[in-house]
Design a binder for this molecule. Structure first.
Ligand code: F6R
Length: 242
């Protein structure tokens, strides 16, 4: 695990932008897994700026969202599909993008087909992600089996509370989601995890120096062969002597 410490959110986003552009420029046919949330917002805006400056093209890039809520439509501004279009996809010349269909009649089949699509696209080259305060990655909550592929999850109370800020009322936060599994993420050729802010410090500490355990999903990444964490000084504040 390669840990890059930076001073703040802006430096984290700039460093991540440089890394993503490096991979897109050096490899043809990149397949990215991409997260939603606050953490990658500036990264996406920097990628869009770089595209508008004609310094990068996404014409050979395929993206897979890490996750999506169950039960809300892609036109709903709270859906991850909507987020991804607004923050990134509608602004760039992306070749193709895939997002799990949270309205599918047969959710199990939707999950299996998502895995099929990842395989058909040649597997994920770079999986970008944030981390939850409880150490989740994607929507893989504590206790998720490390062998899991794309699956339906019940969101934890902590995650529902954290996500309530995006909804008019906490009762409106969906209780289920589709997420890539831990194994789906571990199968990616490279992983990039971003974290900013004090509220992530405990999860980062456990993920980096704690025991590898299903109780802390991000700790699985200690076993990944090519994994980088870019973390700002607040998120790294409990790693002082490491
Ligand atoms: C979102 C996702 C989540 C978030 C995590 C951190 O697609 O997969 O695991 O990355 O909850 O969220 P923020 O960045 O809002 O703190």
């Amino acid at each position: 695990m390669n840990i890059i410490r930076v001073s703040d959110y802006t430096s984290m986003s700039t460093k991540a932008r440089d890394m993503v552009i490096d991979r897109i420029s050096n490899f043809s046919d990149m397949v990215l897994a991409i997260p939603t949330g606050n953490t990658p917002e500036m990264l996406y805006s920097l990628l869009v700026d770089t595209y508008k400056e004609e310094k990068v093209s996404f014409k050979d890039v395929v993206t897979f969202n890490l996750d999506e809520y169950v039960g809300i439509s892609p036109d709903n501004p709270q859906s991850y599909s909507y987020y991804m279009k607004e923050h990134l996809l509608k602004h760039i010349d992306i070749r193709r993008n895939y997002i799990p269909d949270g309205l599918a009649d047969d959710l199990e089949r939707e999950c299996a087909e998502y895995e099929d699509k990842i395989r058909e696209e040649g597997g994920i080259d770079l999986a970008i992600m944030g981390i939850g305060r409880n150490g989740h990655i994607g929507f893989n909550e504590p206790g998720t089996n490390f062998e899991s592929l794309t699956h339906v999850v019940e969101l934890s109370e902590d995650t529902i509370k954290a996500n309530a800020r995006f909804f008019p009322k906490e009762e409106e936060v969906p209780r289920r989601a589709i997420t890539m599994g831990i194994k789906t993420i571990m199968n990616a050729r490279e992983v990039l995890l971003l974290a900013s802010g004090k509220e992530k410090a405990e999860a980062i500490k456990k993920a980096v120096i704690g025991e590898v355990t299903e109780e802390l999903p991000a700790s699985a990444l200690q076993r990944h062969k090519h994994c980088t964490f870019i973390i700002d000084s607040d998120a790294a504040s409990l790693l002082k002597n490491w």
